[in-house]
Design a protein around this ligand. Structure first.
Ligand SMILES: [Fe+2]
Length: 483
């Protein structure tokens, strides 16, 4: 089999400023403090995305009075679709989303730029903490932040999930993977000028999607902790969760004097922003195991970290010579298959190449990360994987064991009361680990009013900072002062 490959679009030479506008803005908005130039770019970016979004279809009712019914209808439809999925799986249908664990890891990594700023679009509303119209949305934001409990903070959870699966190398994904994150961070900066759009975006984002239910089910089967996703199934519910709060928030902000038609038009356009850039489904559909394996080999070759022994030649070239030229890598993989060093669609243990990269005595042991090994493993295994006994929603044995430990730990953590103010016993030095939180408490103690304390805390609740130790403490204190 001859492998062919074309250069990925994002590898083509283009001017840096136009190469990745969403990715550039995303990282610029993660810098603190944010410069005025970046803030202005964020507003321009939002305007151009809103223009693009205006062409997208929209299923919201023409009359906002119908939003309650719309919400119930959406929930019933998703419930029915999920039931159909479950019936199919129980009758023996294969997984709908993830052909392999490597496929699932590709998804976790591909949506990382969005998940790592979870909730950001609501941050700008915190400035209006004393305006009752925004209470529901601020509560939603605080819940995204786990009210400062690290084991419930969505960004902390996603970071841990990525780290546990070795998928935290997401910074160079394609530009479209950064569109949603850039929109969310831009909305965080510009709530004052884009309030109806924030409300509309929130309405779309907080609806329970079918993909959340299916991903949770399939991640469990593959031995990946689905807690981040199952958590959202409960918080996004239509009964009393974020989905319902999103509708209540829209009604609470409805203009009493101004142009309500224009307000709702802008809400609808904000809602449509959810459709731009890479989505859960497009990331899942975009997985091509062979392309990913080639990408990994290219990356290793580029850092010169591959094999050093030259005794093994394929068609007259050493492994290092094959890898030195990216265009030769597909041919190299092809050679490995023809010589039976890689036996596709079989247990990878039968492949000499697999032994070389995983065997402790192998010349390539340790060269590939766990994530990369999973990718190579699942690519070699191919159709053989599908022949393995499916688990149909049951946790993978490894996960079942780990989940028992996790849920015990989560319960213990959840039962712990919020850590009180760090009263340092007199005369004892403050640990370096606690310097930040101790200092924050000292600063707050010197402020005369609740309002002054809230104002002091707000910057620490920003999307870039709320998941740090000081940010989590600030969120816990803010939550106490706000409620
Ligand atoms: Fe979330």
């Amino acid at each position: 089999m001859q492998l062919t490959r074309s250069l990925p679009v994002d590898a083509l030479p283009v001017a840096p400023e136009t190469a990745a506008p969403s990715r550039n803005l995303y990282f610029a908005l993660l810098d603190t403090p944010i410069s005025e130039t970046v803030r202005a770019s964020a507003a321009d970016y939002l305007n151009s995305q809103l223009e693009a979004a205006s062409a997208c279809p929209c299923d919201l009712p023409q009359d906002p009075a119908g939003l309650g019914e719309w919400l119930d209808g959406h929930t019933a439809k998703i419930g029915g679709q999920y039931q159909t999925y479950l019936d199919g799986r129980r009758a023996g249908a294969p997984r709908r989303y993830f052909s392999s664990k490597a496929h699932a890891l590709h998804f976790l990594q591909g949506v990382a730029p969005t998940k790592l700023v979870d909730g950001a679009w609501l941050y700008g509303l915190l400035q209006r903490w004393d305006d009752a119209r925004f209470t529901a949305l601020i509560q939603t934001y605080l819940e995204e932040l786990g009210e400062g409990q690290p084991e419930k903070n969505h960004v902390v959870l996603y970071r841990k999930l990525l780290a546990s699966q070795g998928c935290d190398d997401w910074q160079n994904l394609n530009d479209e993977n950064f569109v949603q994150g850039a929109i969310q961070l831009a909305l965080a900066e510009h709530a004052e000028q884009f309030l109806p759009e924030v409300i509309g975006f929130n309405l779309g984002y907080e609806q329970l999607p079918l993909h959340l239910l299916i991903s949770s089910y399939e991640l469990t089967e593959l031995g990946i902790d689905p807690y981040y996703f199952t958590l959202h199934v409960t918080v996004d519910n239509a009964d009393n969760g974020h989905a319902k709060k999103a509708v209540q928030a829209l009604m609470a902000a409805w203009p009493q004097v101004g142009d309500s038609e224009e307000f709702y038009r802008r809400v609808i356009n904000g809602y449509r922003l959810n459709d731009l850039g890479a989505s859960t489904l497009s990331v899942i559909a975009g997985f091509d195991p062979e392309q990913e394996v080639l990408r990994v080999l290219e990356k290793k070759a580029a850092v010169g970290q591959f094999v050093h022994s030259d005794y093994c030649r394929f068609d007259g070239r050493t492994v290092n010579q094959w890898l030195a030229k990216p265009e030769l890598i597909p041919q190299f993989l092809d050679n490995l298959q023809r010589r039976n060093w890689i036996k596709r669609h079989e247990d990878p243990q039968n492949s000499r190449f697999w032994q070389l990269i995983t065997g402790e005595q192998g010349p390539m042991f340790g060269v590939f990360s766990a994530h990369e090994q999973q990718l190579i493993h699942d690519w070699i295994a191919g159709d053989w994987l599908a022949e393995q006994v499916p688990t149909h929603g049951k946790p993978h044995p490894v996960l079942a064991q780990r989940q028992a430990q996790f849920s015990g730990r989560r319960r213990t953590l959840a039962e712990q009361p919020t850590r009180p103010a760090l009263a340092q016993p007199q005369g004892q030095p403050v640990s370096d680990f606690d310097q930040e939180t101790q200092l924050l408490e000292q600063q707050l103690a010197q402020l005369p009013t609740r309002e002054a304390r809230i104002r002091h805390l707000l910057p620490l609740l920003a999307p870039t900072r709320h998941h740090s130790a000081a940010g989590l403490l600030a969120t816990r204190i803010f939550t106490g002062l706000f409620n």
